[in-house]
Design a protein around this ligand. Structure first.
Ligand code: ADP
Ligand code: MG
Length: 271
């Protein structure tokens, strides 16, 4: 496993990319169980997130998405929340993937009542907030799980009630991390991008299809989402040589988001 950092800059956004290693089980990839290098990668991500909003005061709402399923969005969302909480920030993680929720499964917290229940107003906030605590490090943050799976996730996530809920929650937290569904196929993540401060895109090595990633970025740009940066999930030692790290994805980024650090590598990297 290697840690790697890459800077990308576009006119609109200040994009960063982080590499996280492949490892064995979900449990070994969360919070205090993460290996040293991945923990360091998350610290870097945290630092850059903290500096991503120089003009914004108050709570930052950050969505985590990707083009496809299984790219590591939920793991990234949980670990980003953990990392911010480890820096003594007051953090709330919301499982906003109402179709295939996984925060409760990965954390061992209960799935419902959660977000969907709050959005149809059958539950009070206090009933849905759960505390996710890590014994060995004493780090903890709050979680709102997905709730019962609803028949109309896009409608719920795009509802006025969702905006109001997030606005209310911003009064109590410094960071709200939203674990979102993928961009391709359903509009859930796009409708939520209206109410977030910024979006992190997860890209998984040898998994993410480049044309789908390209399409996902296009769609996010179309709705004027602020892309904060990319998390490169599944980096391995051999592929983290400077300039070659992102392989086929790197080439796309370099074309799309001119990179001031990686200029020299643009020709070398990619396919
Ligand atoms: N870096 C990684 N190394 C090994 N397995 C991973 C890695 N990232 C994700 N996975 C596996 O892929 C599955 C999907 O990850 P998850 O975070 O649930 O993705 P998403 O939320 O994007 O669908 C996880 O259960 C995990 O087993
Ligand atoms: Mg997920």
């Amino acid at each position: 496993m290697a840690l790697f950092k890459f800077n990308f800059k576009s006119k609109k956004n200040n994009n960063e990319t982080y590499a996280l290693a492949d490892s064995a089980t979900d449990e070994s990839m969360i919070g205090d169980k993460l290996n040293f290098a991945s923990t360091e990668a998350y610290k870097l991500l945290r630092t850059n997130l903290m500096f991503s909003f120089p003009d914004e005061h108050g709570c930052k709402v950050i969505g985590v998405t990707s083009a496809m399923r299984g790219e590591g969005k939920s793991l990234t969302a949980i670990n980003t929340a953990y990392s911010l909480a480890a820096a003594n920030k007051k953090v709330l993680l919301i499982d906003a993937d109402l179709r295939l929720p996984s925060v409760s499964k990965k954390s061992g917290l209960r799935m419902s009542p959660g977000l969907s229940n709050l959005l149809v107003s059958t539950n009070k906030m206090a009933d849905t907030l759960q505390h996710y605590a890590f014994k060995s490090t004493s780090v903890s943050f709050d979680v709102i799980a997905s709730g019962d799976i609803p028949p109309n996730p896009s409608e719920l996530l795009g509802s006025e009630r969702m905006s109001i809920l997030i606005r209310e929650l911003t009064q109590y937290f410094e960071y709200i991390i939203l674990d979102l569904p993928p961009i391709i196929d359903v509009s859930d993540a796009l409708v939520v991008s209206r109410i977030v401060s910024g979006i992190i895109i997860v890209v998984r090595q040898n998994y993410t299809q480049r044309h789908l990633l390209s399409e996902a970025i296009k769609q996010l740009e179309f709705v004027n989402a602020k892309i904060l940066g990319f998390v490169f999930n599944g980096a391995t030692e051999t592929t983290t040589a400077y300039g070659k790290t992102y392989g086929k994805y790197g080439r796309y980024y370099k074309k799309k988001y001119s990179s001031y650090y990686a200029k020299g590598e643009a020709e070398e990297g990619g396919e």
